[in-house]
Design a protein around this ligand. Structure first.
Ligand code: 523
Length: 134
């Protein structure tokens, strides 16, 4: 039995802006914004899971850059870990293909303009601290 499942999320950065994605499901999360990502599969490296999830959900070609230190609890057995990430050259622009109904590239002064999921707030805050863009 697995006692802990990692959910990876991306602080996808481009030209100094951070991508935020509005969830369309499940109902209890719909309308709130998140760092996009998903569950790491058994045996999968978290960075690989991140790239896979961003391809599936947003149609982008990305690479993980570095882990944002920390781990934030989600509903058991899930915990949230964050990596900064960037678009690889030639990637399509992100599009809300599944799980999301709107995307926004947030400039540093706009980060708190969207209603993030409660559990993403400390992760976003830590990401900004690391980037020095507060
Ligand atoms: N969160 C969350 N914040 C956040 C992500 C990426 C996920 O709170 N930034 C939560 C939402 C879900 C759980 O983590 O309760 C799994 O995320 P989900 O549904 O995006 O993971 P998937 O895409 O792997 O899920 P399946 O559709 O079940 O494959």
């Amino acid at each position: 039995m697995t006692e802990r499942t990692v959910v990876v999320a991306a602080a996808l950065l481009d030209a100094g802006r951070l991508l935020a994605a509005r969830r369309s499901a499940p109902p209890e999360l719909a309308g709130r914004w998140e760092l996009p990502g998903g569950k790491v599969e058994p045996g999968e490296r978290p960075e690989a899971a991140l790239v896979r999830e961003l391809r599936e959900e947003l149609g982008v070609d990305t690479e993980a850059v570095e882990r944002v230190p920390g781990e934030w609890p989600l509903r058991a057995p899930y915990v949230l870990q964050v990596w900064t990430a960037r678009l690889r050259p030639g990637s399509a622009a992100p599009a809300p293909l599944q799980d999301h109904d709107e995307l926004r590239w947030l400039a540093p002064g706009e980060i708190w303009d969207v209603p993030w999921l409660d559990q993403d707030v400390p992760a976003v805050r830590e990401t900004l601290t690391r980037l020095g863009t507060r």
